[in-house]
Design a protein around this ligand. Structure first.
Ligand SMILES: C[S@@+](CC[C@H](N)C(=O)[O-])C[C@H]1O[C@@H](n2cnc3c(N)ncnc32)[C@H](O)[C@@H]1O
Length: 277
């Protein structure tokens, strides 16, 4: 594998994301296989490792339709997006008016603009939906949020256009089916909760259950059998360690800034990093 370098500004995640890996990216990088074919990130979220690693060929996906639309718009239409983002206002009334719009009635650019605006101005950068699939996070009351980070949006756009990338809005299982021998798959799912209240796992109205974790461990094993390099992040729990008992499990320290419980925010947790190589 060779990585891309020399982009004038290094791209970084364009959204704050629960479970975002920016704090852990150095540890993740030091665990990446020395060479591989394509890079797969089926639960891409903010894409911290994608932007740090800068692979030449990648397949990314997420179940969140708004997020994936934003990746595509940044790739194909960044200037229009920047113009639209500049028009937003950081007031409570304006926020709730934008939040109330059904994103499906908007153009892809307006939809990405709404999504990024809400992410930058909502409470704690959370993405949470009610049972009807409507975004329901309250206004964040930030003094001066950077709604439009032009430099980073252009850097992300340039990066996404420089590499060979497939961007999908689908379940992770569909993406994993596309991986072949020699590909590197990084799985960063919603974590198995440490306790019933401590963790934030509800990224969309469907959530990610214990059965989903078991199914994911089967997919990990399937990728291993296919000859992929597989790396997975999850919580440091007996349940998870048991599921991956036949693989290499490292305990790593993480600082979590986005947590739905105020007393857990900014605290460090031990997480696990599981690899088959
Ligand atoms: C822990 S976050 C990933 C964080 C990411 N590594 C980062 O640096 O921001 C998990 C992501 O999985 C997505 N997700 C949840 N269930 C999914 C599924 N069944 N298939 C694909 N993505 C899913 C969520 O929308 C969320 O973006």
């Amino acid at each position: 594998m060779s990585q891309l370098t020399f982009l004038p500004t290094k791209p970084k995640p364009f959204v704050k994301w629960a479970g975002g890996k920016r704090q852990l990216v150095d540890i993740l990088l030091s665990n990446v296989p020395p060479s591989f074919n394509r890079y797969f990130e089926p639960f891409v979220g903010g894409g911290a490792l994608l932007f740090e690693l800068q692979p030449q060929k990648a397949v990314i996906s997420d179940i969140n339709e708004e997020l994936i639309n934003a990746y595509k718009v940044i790739k194909d239409n960044v200037e229009e997006l920047i113009n639209s983002l500049k028009k937003h206002k950081n007031t409570k009334e304006y926020y709730y008016a934008i939040r109330a719009i059904n994103p499906k009635t908007l153009t892809p650019v307006e939809r990405a603009s709404r999504f990024i605006y809400l992410n930058k101005t909502c409470f704690n950068g959370l993405y949470r939906e009610n049972s009807k699939g409507q975004f329901n996070v309250p206004f964040g009351r930030y003094k001066n949020p950077k709604i439009c980070d032009e430099e980073n949006l252009r850097a992300v756009s340039e990066f996404l256009n420089k590499i060979e990338i497939t961007i999908l809005n689908c379940d992770y299982k569909i993406t994993c089916e596309m991986a072949k021998s020699g590909d590197f798959v990084y799985l960063d799912p919603p974590y198995y909760p440490i306790s019933k209240t401590a963790s934030f796992t509800k990224y969309n109205k469907n959530g990610f259950s214990e059965e989903d974790q078991i199914e994911l461990s089967e997919i990990f094993k399937e990728l291993d059998r296919k000859g992929c390099y597989v790396m997975l992040s999850n919580s440091n729990t007996e349940f998870i360690k048991k599921l991956y008992a036949n693989y290499r499990i490292q305990e790593i320290k993480a600082n979590r800034f986005i947590n739905c419980k105020a007393n857990r925010r900014g605290k460090s947790n031990i997480e696990v990093l599981i690899t088959n190589f």
